[in-house]
Design a protein around this ligand. Structure first.
Ligand SMILES: Nc1ncnc2c1ncn2[C@@H]1O[C@H](COP(=O)(O)OP(=O)(O)OP(=O)(O)O)[C@@H](O)[C@H]1O
Ligand SMILES: [Mg+2]
Length: 352
């Protein structure tokens, strides 16, 4: 079991995830792409989820919506308010999806059906959940949600190929918020857009979050965007939550070397010099190393790291990570300081 999450001051969480696990069964064997993930999300809170490709971010998002297809298997519990999603029967989960948790899926733009007009694609979500809604009301709601994402009502008459990438992404966001869910998950919502449109789309998500008080889980790779957008940040590595905590605190005082390396790989205008990448590649989920999964790439690995899987440890009320360095005097901060004092930039490798 994961360490209990220390209680936070403030309103009850809208989302509570307890020991969420996802197993996929492949020809090469079973792999665990989400491994005992636990966290909470307060109303209207913005949580970022980062981690290299294949670390399990989309898997976790799909598991929260109970959208892992068999033979994939989900274990653990997901509460939205008092509703527990993983034990619901098929009818209940169909009604809960999009009503409790909305989702902007990864590659959302290709998720739109190319041969169906936007109007019908939004109407579909409304009518599945409220079949008795009169046509006039459906029409009004479609115009309303399009306006909420800054699109003209006439966009409803168009097919996806008639829209720009940014407009398609906005339609996907409109569908995700159409039923005013308590939580939306946006899986890399801006990765296929140019920087100007990225900014506009993030502004729209931010405004909807504030106006509707929707909690947002933003999945992405862009640490700069995360620093600006989210209140809390979580870092995933090989299916496990390596660290989670308030964004400012994670950037100022990361307690997991992987978090520190992700932050160090962010280029800054003020600091010229070696651009630090993370050496090595993510391990295959089919053959994970013993002990800590990150130890094969960790510049601070100790003998215990190959022997014992590190337990989650709290650093204050809302900050947790799993790293054996937390039990060493000075922790990660001490190691970073010692390293800086000896050979700067020597250990993490990189390229100029
Ligand atoms: N349906 C599936 N069947 C088997 N394995 C899967 C399936 N979906 C994902 N995986 C595996 O699970 C792991 C996590 O994949 P996932 O797509 O969740 O990663 P991600 O963090 O979202 O990556 P990215 O940043 O590239 O989107 C990967 O090893 C992937 O190959
Ligand atoms: Mg993904």
């Amino acid at each position: 079991m994961t360490a209990a999450v220390p209680s936070r001051e403030g309103p009850a969480p809208v989302l509570r995830v307890e020991d969420l696990c996802v197993d996929y069964f492949t020809d090469a064997g079973r792999l665990r792409a989400c491994d005992q993930v636990s966290f909470e999300l307060g109303p209207g809170q913005r949580l970022g989820l980062v981690g290299e490709s294949g670390s399990g971010k989309s898997t976790m998002a799909l598991a929260l919506m109970r959208m892992i297809k068999p033979p994939g298997k989900i274990a653990g519990r997901v509460f939205v308010g008092d509703d527990e999603l993983t034990s619901m029967d098929d009818n209940a989960i169909r009604s809960a999806r999009m009503r409790l948790i909305g989702m902007v899926p990864q590659a959302a733009m290709s998720a739109l059906n190319p041969v169906i007009r936007i109007r019908a694609q939004i109407a579909d979500v409304l009518q599945v959940h409220e079949p008795a809604m009169p046509d006039a009301q459906v029409k009004a709601r479609i115009a309303e949600v399009l306006e909420a994402v800054e699109l003209r009502p006439e966009v409803a008459n168009l097919y996806p190929h008639e829209l720009s990438g940014g407009m398609k992404q906005r339609v996907c966001i409109a569908i995700a918020v159409a039923l005013r869910p308590k939580v939306i998950i946006a899986d890399e919502p801006t990765s296929a857009l140019d920087v100007i449109v990225q900014r506009q789309v993030m502004d729209t998500i931010g405004r909807l979050q504030r106006e509707m008080n929707i909690a947002v889980i933003l999945i992405g790779h862009d640490m700069g965007l995360m620093a600006q957008f989210v209140d809390r940040l979580s870092v995933m590595y090989a299916g496990k939550l390596a660290e989670i905590g308030p964004t400012g605190e994670l950037f100022a005082r990361p307690t997991h070397p992987y978090t520190h390396m992700l932050i160090s790989s962010l280029p800054t205008l003020g600091k010229k010099g070696v651009f630090r990448g993370i050496p090595g590649i993510t391990p295959s989920l089919l053959s994970l190393p013993s002990g800590c999964y990150f130890r094969t790439r960790c510049p601070y690995a100790m003998p215990i790291c190959s022997e014992v899987t590190p337990a989650q440890q709290a650093h204050g009320t809302d900050h947790r990570s799993s790293c054996h360095l937390s039990n060493v005097e000075g922790g990660l901060t001490g190691r970073i300081a010692a390293e800086a004092a000896s050979v700067p930039d020597a250990r993490m490798g990189g390229f100029s």
